[in-house]
Design a protein around this ligand. Structure first.
Ligand code: SIN
Length: 470
């Protein structure tokens, strides 16, 4: 362990979702203590901001290298506290580190511009400057990558950052903090502050006058509350909220590729990502063949403790998550859906749900309109392209969508018609540090990753220089 843990009950108890055993207890910070961390971060910020982008990049690169050197240790922590299988956890560590490498470089390209003047004797230009001291609230489903995706651009831009990690997964976050400080990131500039008062800390982040920007990944409901609270201070926000991703299989699709894409998209982290395929829309002519192929692959999934070798589906984050998935499946069944496989809690334990396929699902069923966050494949049959687009867009969410087709005209039409921030065409995994991640409608504001992710931590200042000809 990279940091000290406390006795049970003395702080925030961290449980292993596979065994439900306590694995550590970490210090829980009160909102008042976190206000102190914000003030210290703000005091440390000017010196960091005054360093060159290249200098900041060297430090960030060291952080990246330290993370990758401890990839296996970090992956073990991620698995222990979030439940995801070890191979996925190793992948998440690399994914998370990649944001640091990317933004270390991108920070060097925070260009301003000169603008052709509108009057003799005057010159027009812009510069881009760090937003200031920032805060972040991060989720349990990617306890490393969702932190680095926010902290790396903030630090690269010259900001300070205080992070509240998810109550369920503070250990990986604290390990990241230790490695950041070892890399040379000033201790006060970047702090991880676990708390058992998430609502109080959310309010603090939205209303503290020194917090100029808050980045949040989590549910749409909490995002809306934060947005209301942030209004008083006009705090800048990035919100990465819920999704309801359609995964559309047209009758001209390469079915085997579509099955591969669905397995990757749906069962990543046992279905607990906001870009997981949530509704599977399959065209009439290929419906039965597609379902049969998916059923064959689902039968090969291995449910169990993510730390055990060969396991491909770990536990859900807690029993409440299992209960929610059970209810969605039960309600769909009652409303006429058929269970092709799975459908209940797994024999692996109270925290596990069987990989499940439902057919005969209608768009109005809760399993097709709520974000499932579990290993369930609800299949909706559709007739033609217009039908698929109508069903896919009939949701307040607009994060990720996927479709499989080969006709080039159809590919362009559907890609343009889908009202989503991200569209995977003939691919089920879209996440990468080089591309802009984010949604529209109730799925959020702003983008993370790519060169656009740096803009979230920069202000654009327009400068007019007069008196040039005098
Ligand atoms: C998320 O579920 O919030 C993020 C998923 C990803 O980065 O791929």
């Amino acid at each position: 362990m990279l940091f000290a843990t406390l006795a049970a009950g003395e702080g925030l108890d961290v449980l292993n979702p596979a065994t439900e055993n306590r694995i550590a207890t970490v210090r829980s910070y009160s909102p008042e203590e976190i206000a102190g961390l914000i003030e210290r971060a703000d005091a440390a910020r000017p010196v960091w901001a005054a360093r060159t982008a290249k200098d900041r990049a060297v430090v960030l690169r060291r952080w990246h290298d330290l993370i990758m050197a401890r990839q296996d240790d970090l992956a073990a922590l991620v698995t222990a506290e979030s439940g995801k299988p070890l191979a996925e956890a190793r992948g998440e560590v690399a994914y998370g580190a990649a944001f640091i490498e990317w933004f270390a470089e991108e920070g060097k390209r925070a260009y301003g511009e000169t603008i052709p003047t509108f009057a003799p004797g005057k010159r027009v230009l812009t510069i881009r400057q760090a937003v200031g001291t920032c805060a972040a609230i991060t989720p349990w489903n990617f306890p490393i990558a969702m932190i680095t995706r926010k902290v790396a651009p903030a630090l690269a831009a010259g900001c300070a950052m205080v992070v509240k990690p998810a109550e369920a997964t503070p250990l990986s976050a604290l390990a990241l903090e230790v490695l950041a400080h070892e890399a040379g990131i000033p201790a006060d500039l970047f702090r991880i502050a676990p708390t058992d008062d998430p609502a109080g800390v959310g309010t603090l982040f939205c209303t503290h006058p020194l917090v100029r920007k808050l980045s949040f990944t989590g549910s749409t409901r909490v995002g809306q509350i934060l947005m209301e609270q942030a209004a008083a201070n006009v705090t800048r926000l990035s919100l990465e909220l819920g999704g309801n991703a359609p995964f559309i299989v047209f009758d001209d699709a390469d079915l085997d590729a579509a099955v591969d894409g669905l397995m990757a998209s749906k069962f990543r982290n046992a279905g607990q990502t906001c870009v997981c395929a949530n509704r599977i829309l399959v065209q009439d002519g290929v419906h039965d063949a597609f379902v049969a192929k998916v059923a064959e692959r689902v039968a090969g999934l291995v449910v169990g403790d993510g730390a055990a070798s060969g396991v491909t589906i770990g536990p859900l984050i807690n029993r409440a998550a299992v209960g929610k998935v059970r209810e969605l499946v039960g309600a769909a069944r009652k409303a006429g859906a058929s269970v092709i496989s799975g459908g209940k809690q797994s024999d692996a334990g109270a925290g596990f749900f069987e990989p499940t396929i439902l057919t005969g699902v209608r768009p109005d069923m809760a399993v097709a309109s709520a974000e499932i966050f579990g290993p369930v494949v609800p299949v909706i049959r559709f007739v033609d392209e217009a039908d698929a687009i109508r069903i896919a867009n009939d949701t307040p969410f607009g994060l990720a969508a996927y479709f499989y087709a080969r006709d080039m005209g159809r590919i362009w039409r559907v890609m343009e018609a889908l009202e989503y921030g991200m569209v995977g065409v003939n691919d089920g995994i879209i996440s990468t540090e080089v591309a802009p991640f984010g949604g529209i409608k109730h799925s959020g504001l702003g983008r993370e990753g790519s060169r656009h992710g740096l803009d979230e931590y920069l202000e654009l200042k327009y400068c007019l220089m007069g008196g040039i000809d005098r």
